[in-house]
Design a binder for this molecule. Structure first.
Ligand code: TA6
Length: 294
């Protein structure tokens, strides 16, 4: 880990659970974020009002080769199940710290990178280079860039598989999806979303194709609302395991489905195609509606 990455009071590198290297970002307004090099995984984000905005399972595993249950897993080049490991190749691999900085408006940024290697090429025969940039200000912005340095085109799915923390799922909802085509992986049917907000009242696993670029996650307390804005990513997935699936997940407490909802942005329904030398970027910004003190 290079000391050049360190910025006093703003960017600090250290060791987290499981001995995994992690980077702490601190903004002048009190906001903080934690990113593990393992998967370039944003594991925590506390806004300037002191609210913890990301969910992290109390049973999360922090170990090489294992996915972290919470925060913002990076999914590439496959979403969900398929010929590759679940959610692809990069969320359980070590990324490297590339650069950090403080912008002209005090925003704190850190970038992380990973590329193909012998092991990934055995599973997926393509060159790739990814860069994830985290920007901490009054909002949290996460940008994923995918480059194709190889001689042949490839297609990929990607997602920022964001686990949001909610005070109580019983009064949380996702506003802005009405009228969007939705594929329900629980019931199996495809329809058009009619609800606004979408409330979570059972196991929920819904892929919204061509979703609006702005949705809001609302809670009982109005000041907990969070605006999610996406660019370059056509789709949104809303997921909550609910009771039975939560029980089956070893790295999730039985009751923790009540305190989380995944609102994932990505390129899922229709994989993105990347020609040799081309670059794709997808960005998601999370903005608390109100930054009142916790
Ligand atoms: O969130 C969409 C989804 O594919 C769900 O079907 C569920 O499998 C979830 O991801 C699990 O993600 P995980 O972090 O356990 O790999």
């Amino acid at each position: 880990m290079t000391t050049a990455f360190h910025i006093p009071d703003r960017v600090d590198m250290g060791e987290g659970p499981g001995g995994l290297p992690r980077v702490e970002l601190r903004h002048a307004d009190g906001a903080r974020a934690t990113v593990f090099l393992h998967g370039a995984h944003v594991a925590a984000w506390r806004d300037s009002g002191g609210h913890e905005r990301l969910f992290m399972s109390r049973k999360a595993v922090f170990r090489d080769g294992q996915p972290i249950r919470g925060g913002i897993p990076v999914v590439f080049p496959q979403f969900g199940r398929g010929p590759l490991p679940m959610h692809g190749l990069v969320r359980t691999r070590a990324w490297r710290a590339i650069r950090s900085g403080v912008g002209s408006h005090g925003e704190v940024t850190a970038s992380f990178g990973i590329e193909d290697d012998d092991a990934t090429r055995v599973l997926w025969p393509h060159r790739f280079r990814l860069e994830l940039t985290v920007t901490l200000a009054d909002a949290l912005t996460v940008a994923l860039a995918v480059e194709n340095p190889g001689p042949t085109p490839f297609e990929f799915q990607s997602s920022l598989h964001t686990y949001l923390r909610v005070d109580d799922i019983a009064c949380a909802g996702v506003r802005g999806l009405r009228g969007t085509a939705v594929r329900d992986f629980v019931g199996g049917q495809t329809s058009v979303e009619a609800r606004d907000p979408l409330c979570i009242e059972g196991e929920t696993d819904r892929l919204y194709s061509g979703a609006p670029d702005r949705v809001t996650v609302e809670e009982c307390a109005a000041d907990r609302a969070l605006v999610i804005e996406k660019t370059g990513q056509p789709d949104i997935v809303v997921w909550n395991p609910w009771v039975e699936k939560a029980r089956r997940l070893e790295d999730l407490g039985d009751d923790e489905y009540r305190f989380m909802v995944c609102v994932e942005t990505g390129c899922i329904q229709a994989p993105a195609a990347l020609a040799p030398g081309a670059r794709w970027t997808g960005c998601t910004r999370f903005t608390p509606v109100c930054q009142s003190p916790a």
